[in-house]
Design a binder for this molecule. Structure first.
Ligand code: SF4
Ligand code: SF4
Length: 67
């Protein structure tokens, strides 16, 4: 079982991670962070494989992967 943690204050809402996740577990949410960006939100439905593609693509190092 794996999961990710998205640090919303680091996220700039570029959506790169949303396009890469093979399980489509990441979406850009409707809330704005303290820097004024719509930030990415993880849907933990148990399907995360811990592949870390999302973390590797994130230019702002906003995603941690836990296995
Ligand atoms: S670790 Fe892989 S499966 Fe899990 S959210 Fe990131 S891209 Fe998706
Ligand atoms: S790739 Fe990083 S900065 Fe871009 S939306 Fe995802 S978590 Fe946010």
């Amino acid at each position: 079982m794996a999961r990710i943690e998205i640090h919303q204050t680091l996220c700039k809402g570029c959506a790169l991670c949303t396009t890469l996740c093979p399980e489509e577990l990441i979406k850009i949410g409707k809330q704005i962070n303290e820097n004024g960006y719509f930030y990415a939100v993880f849907t933990d439905n148990g399907a995360c494989k811990g592949c870390a593609l999302c973390a590797k693509i994130c230019p702002d190092v906003a995603i941690e992967v836990w296995k």
